[in-house]
Design a protein around this ligand. Structure first.
Ligand code: PEP
Length: 248
């Protein structure tokens, strides 16, 4: 089954609003590709100016985080209705930096996946193992557990529209990429887990990205693998290289 490629930038805590608009303008012609879904997941304060800057282009806007309530006394948080009104379509959930630095667990991540779907946002749901788990050889069990927890009570129809990002933590921001074979091994396993939890049609539809030091030089090989449907890109999404990844 042909799945549409999705290349998403995770800008993390980079770019002031004016810098964000400048980056959109710099990348505008470089990321043109009607065969690919291109997404910029940007800091909350950049969402409105970025949505304005990419209007009329092929770029979709994503958020990096949100909270599960619509409104109220949740100082510092941002809600799904706020994101929707600002033009956001995708939201990253369960990134390893949110898990490790901000203490998010799979219960909250599952609540966020549910809330995103209920709000009409497409989750980019992240999973991945630490270097210790990779070395111990228990990474497959770990990732399987993450997927099962994070998808509790999520329906097959929802999973068909989901994006899962496999991001080995040891490859994020380190310059060390999983080899294309290592990435494919886990992305294939994730698809098999979805087939077990749901059915083959759902597994065939779900889009699975690789993330972890993907760049202009290694993107084509990673993206050539049958179970890798795209990339979640940190560092290289902040420069012209992102255009080369979109067109790899
Ligand atoms: C990320 O944090 O989602 C990521 C993939 O970062 P990088 O590309 O910088 O490794």
């Amino acid at each position: 089954m042909a799945r549409r490629r999705i290349i998403a930038g995770n800008w993390k805590m980079n770019k002031t609003p004016s810098e964000a608009v400048a980056l959109c303008n710099e990348l505008k012609d470089l990321v043109k590709n009607d065969a690919v879904d291109v997404v910029y997941c940007v800091p909350a304060i950049d969402i409105v100016p970025v949505a304005e800057a990419v209007k009329g282009t092929n770029v979709h806007v994503g958020a990096e985080n949100f909270y599960i309530e619509d409104k109220g006394a949740f100082t510092g948080e941002i809600s799904a209705p706020m994101l929707k009104e600002a033009g956001v379509e995708y939201v990253i959930i369960g990134h390893s930096e949110r898990r490790d630095i901000f203490g998010e667990n799979d219960i909250l991540i599952n609540q966020k996946v549910k809330k995103a779907f209920a709000s009409g946002l497409t989750p980019i749901m992240c999973c991945g193992e630490s270097l210790a788990l990779r070395k111990a050889g228990t990474y497959k069990e770990w990732i399987a557990r993450q997927i099962k927890w994070d998808l509790t009570d999520i329906t097959a129809d929802q999973v068909k529209t989901l994006v899962i990002a496999y991001e080995p933590i040891w490859a994020i921001g380190t310059g060390e990429t999983a080899t294309a074979d290592q990435a494919e091994e886990v992305c294939k396993m994730i698809r098999e887990i979805i087939a077990d939890l749901y059915d083959q049609a759902t597994a065939d539809a779900v889009r699975i990205q690789y993330g972890g030091s993907m760049n202009a030089a290694n993107a084509a090989e990673l993206l050539s693998k049958p179970n890798i449907d795209g990339g979640l890109i940190g560092g290289a999404s902040l420069k012209a290289d992102f255009g080369q990844i979109v067109n790899a």
